[in-house]
Write a protein that binds this ligand. Sequence first.
Ligand code: NAD
Length: 474
Amino acid sequence: MTESNLVAGTWTSGGGATLRSANPTTGETLLEFQELTAAEVDAAVSGARVGAPEWAATPPVERAAILNRVADRLEAATDEFGALIVAEVGKPIREAREEVVRSVAILRYHAQAALDPHGDTIPDAGNQSLLLTEREPLGAVGLITPWNFPLAILIWKLAPALAYGNAVVVKPAPHAALVAARAIRLFADLLPCCALTLTQGGAAVGAAVASAGLDGISFTGSTGAGLRVAKATLDNGTRYQGELGGKNASVVLPSADLDLAVATILRASLSFSGQKCTATSRVIVEQSVAEEFTTKLAVAFAAVVVGDPADERTDFGPLIDAESVARVRGFVERAVADGAEVLAGGHPLPDCGPAFFAPTLLAGVDPDSEVARTEIFGPVLSLLTVDGADAALRAANDTDYGLAAAVFCRDLGDALRFGRQLAASSVRVNGATPGVPFNAPFGPWKMSGIGLPEQGKAAQHFYTRERTLSIGIA
Ligand code: NAD
């Protein structure tokens, strides 16, 4: 049994249920590990509390140096991490490598951010004191992460949490246990004992971390789980940030460059088999260009290179597991029952492996049907045709979610209008919905999130608390 938990400075196996992380392409077990029990999670959180003061007192320039050393280590291990991501979650190698490169950049960005200004001076109304604000670390924070960006999401929470001086308890998704354990080893020997804790396990371990009374919880995952975590944190007065699901639209207007729109939306909907919170899952196309756009998109779907994610030529690999194939199949069958027409795919690909499902394009989708409204988290793109730009904007915004949206057009007025009126935290004009700039704020609008945004300068606001200090000068 591998020691994949880091508790109070010691690598240890847990005493709870045995879980396994498997290669989705082959079904081969990569890691068997025991999750922590509730009592072990308590011990892990107590350890983080012990480690917090020393790390908070570590000078920012030393924190920055440590994050830069981790970045150097990760960069040197780009090929190893790329291969690990391919093996553990089935992400095609080109995308996996991009994830590693991006994670290195995120580490370097937050290393510098440790030295950013962290307060303001404010004119005292009576001119009798020096009035200022200053930010300090929250203390010990918990990070609960999903499997779909097994490295980048972990790093975009962990790097700022550490940069601003917090001790951290990490709870990764079981499907990504191996990448998480390897990534935590890049940091652990550089940090004071107990500044970093790794608690492996499923929803029960996540729930235990969420309700442990930590000073902050940053969660990324499904909306259902994120809402449950929100309630647990509320009971303890724990600061909470939940980055949740999406049902992202790309709008195609008559002035669009249709070839650009086809190529970009193909990537936006099918990269990592549609298993991205920001994946385009609805295309709203204006009727005057609907026929030409649809024909081109269906051709592009049929030409996607499906296969082994370790192969450089592969565009499209497996889903995370065979259960996801059954779930996605259910969505497609119910969509067809609701009147949708399958223009491409619509079925599993058992010859490729147990977790493969074909890139699927549905036309004639009823805007009120399940497939148009529910997050699928798989390779299914729904086409909705509308009459005019106003109807396109209404349709794009007619969703409970507000994560990402895009518009394709060459008309400047449309670009500005849609850019400002699409109801999503991340909007792209002539660009793909996925791809989050790590130096800009991200989330959380509508049911796609709760609390403060993350990334960029927004991360400082989440991982620190602000004191107002008045020093009398009279
Ligand atoms: P998930 O909600 O099943 O799990 C996410 C994490 O939460 C895992 O570590 C899991 O073990 C833990 N967890 C599950 N139930 C819990 C509970 N009741 N209490 C505490 N922890 C719990 O999500 P997933 O399948 O790993 O990832 C896919 C989901 O993540 C999709 O809905 C996707 O949209 C979302 N996501 C959102 C973003 C974003 O930034 N908004 C980014 C990536 C993924």
